[in-house]
Design a protein around this ligand. Structure first.
Ligand SMILES: *Cc1c(COP(=O)(O)O)cnc(C)c1O
Length: 387
C-alpha cells in the first residue's frame, strides 16, 4: 500500500510511544486509571443506599478538593460544563452581554457562555502557553474597551463585557496574574476554565484560584474522573454558597418542606460519583508525577529528533494532561495523524477554532494568527498514566 512519506523522526516518535507505554496493542490518547480505592468506596456508597443527592462523599470530596487546590471552597457539580455555566451566572454574565475568551478551546467554553444568553468575543492565544494571550487581551481592551459607570463596554457593539474566560489548554496554565490585573483594570470578572488543569500551578498557585471562580472537569478523559463530573472553586464564601444553592435546585434547607426561592438547576454531583472521585483524588499526586515523567521522556526524545514539543510555560508547573507536539505545516500534521492512527497509536488534532463553527462565525474576533497557526500544526500524543 502506498503510504504518504513522513519524516523518519515522526516514524520514530510512534515507535517511541510504544516504548513509553510498553505495548504492541492499541494505545489510546488518554484512558482513566482506577488503581486505588475506587471499588472500596463505591461499594461503601452502594451499601449505604445514598447514591444520589445526599451523602457523605460529596462533602468529603468538596473538602479534599478545596484542600488540594488551596481554594477556600469547592462545589461539586454534574459536569465541567455545568460548573462553568454556574460560575458565569454568578459573575453576573447576563443575556445580551459579551464574554471574552479564546478561540482555541473546547466547545464547552462557548456553550456555557451561550447558556447565559451572552455571546463570545474571540481573542488570540499565546503561541508557547497555548492559552489566552495577555497582550492580545490588552490590545482588544485598549482598542474597544470603554468604562461607563464602572462597567466595561465594547464600544464597537455597545454591549457590556461581562466576563473574561481564559482556558488552561491541555493543562498548561495561562498567565493568570497578568490576565487578572488587566481584568481588574477594566473591571471585568475573570472566570477560569480550568477543566483540563487540575494539578497545574502558576507561580505556586493552583490554576483557577486567581480568578473569581473557576470550573474543573472530571469527564472520562480528564486527569481524574468519575465518568462525568465537575467542580466550581472560589475563595469567595458568598459565591460558594450561591453556587451550592443554584446547583441544587435553589431549595431552601428544611426538614420536610420543598421551597425554592429562585429558578435553580439540577447540577449536583451524585454521591456515587463523588465516592469514585474521592478515590481518584487520593491518587492525583502519583498520577501527576507519572505524567510529568512521561512528558520528560517525550520532551527529551523530541529535542533529539527535531520535533517541536510543547513544554510547560515559564513560571508554571503543568499536569501535562495531554502531551502536545507541533508539526511543520497542515499537510505534515495530516500525514502524521494518518500514519500514527493507522499504526494503532492514537493521536488527535486540536479542536476546530470556535470562531469558525457555524454557531459562532458571526461573533466578533480579533486577529487570531497564533490560534490559526497552532490549529494547523498541533497534535496530541498518547498521555495516559503509565501502569
Ligand atoms: C472537558 C472540558 C470542559 C468541561 O467538560 P465536561 O465534559 O462538561 O465535564 C470544559 N472546557 C474544556 C476546555 C474542557 O476540556
Amino acid at each position: 500500500m502506498e503510504r504518504c512519506k513522513i519524516r523518519a523522526d515522526l516514524v520514530r516518535l510512534v515507535e517511541f510511544a510504544r516504548k513509553v507505554y510498553q505495548t504492541r496493542d492499541f494505545i489510546p490518547l488518554h484512558e482513566p486509571r482506577f488503581i486505588g480505592r475506587e471499588k472500596v468506596l463505591v461499594q461503601k456508597c452502594i451499601d449505604s443506599t445514598f447514591v444520589s443527592s445526599v451523602g457523605e462523599f460529596v462533602d468529603t470530596f468538596e473538602q479534599q478538593l478545596a484542600l488540594y487546590t488551596g481554594a477556600k471552597y469547592a462545589v461539586a457539580t454534574v459536569s465541567g460544563t455545568s460548573a462553568l455555566h454556574i460560575a458565569l451566572l454568578l459573575a453576573n454574565v447576563e443575556r445580551g452581554t459579551e464574554v471574552i475568551t479564546q478561540s482555541l478551546s473546547f466547545i464547552a467554553t462557548c456553550n456555557a457562555i451561550t447558556y447565559c444568553g451572552a455571546v463570545p468575543v474571540f481573542i488570540d492565544v499565546d503561541k508557547s502557553a497555548l492559552s489566552l494571550s495577555p497582550k492580545a487581551l490588552r490590545e482588544f481592551l485598549e482598542t474597544y474597551g470603554e468604562l461607563r459607570d464602572g462597567k466595561c463596554y465594547n464600544n464597537r457593539s455597545n454591549k457590556r463585557l461581562s466576563a473574561c474566560v481564559p482556558m488552561n489548554t491541555f493543562g498548561h496554565s495561562c498567565e493568570s496574574d497578568e490576565i487578572k490585573s488587566i481584568c481588574d483594570h477594566w473591571n471585568i470578572p475573570m472566570i477560569e476554565d480550568a477543566a483540563e488543569s487540575l494539578g497545574s500551578f502558576y507561580k505556586g498557585k493552583h490554576t483557577g484560584t486567581t480568578a473569581l471562580l473557576a470550573a474543573i472537569s472530571f469527564n472520562g478523559n480528564k486527569i481524574i474522573t468519575a465518568g462525568g463530573g465537575g467542580a466550581i472553586i472560589t475563595n469567595d464564601e458568598v459565591l460558594a454558597k450561591k453556587a451550592k444553592h443554584l446547583t441544587t435546585t435553589a431549595k431552601i434547607p428544611h426538614k420536610w418542606e420543598f421551597k425554592h426561592d429562585m429558578i435553580g438547576y439540577n447540577y449536583r454531583m451524585p454521591n456515587i460519583n463523588a465516592a469514585l472521585l474521592c478515590a481518584q483524588l487520593e491518587q492525583l499526586g502519583s498520577f501527576i508525577e507519572n505524567k510529568r515523567t512521561t512528558a520528560k521522556k517525550y520532551e527529551k526524545f523530541c529535542n533529539n529528533n527535531q520535533i517541536d514539543f510543547i513544554s510547560e510555560p515559564l513560571n508554571a508547573t503543568s499536569n501535562y494532561w495531554l502531551n502536545t507536539i507541533l508539526l511543520k505545516n497542515h499537510q505534515e500534521r495530516n500525514d502524521f495523524l494518518d500514519f500514527s492512527n493507522s499504526q494503532g497509536v492514537m493521536t488527535r488534532p486540536v479542536w476546530s477554532l470556535l470562531n469558525e463553527l457555524p454557531m459562532f462565525e458571526n461573533c466578533f474576533a480579533m486577529p487570531l494568527p497564533n490560534s490559526e497557526w497552532l490549529a494547523d500544526r498541533l497534535v496530541n500524543i498518547p498521555s495516559s498514566v503509565r501502569v
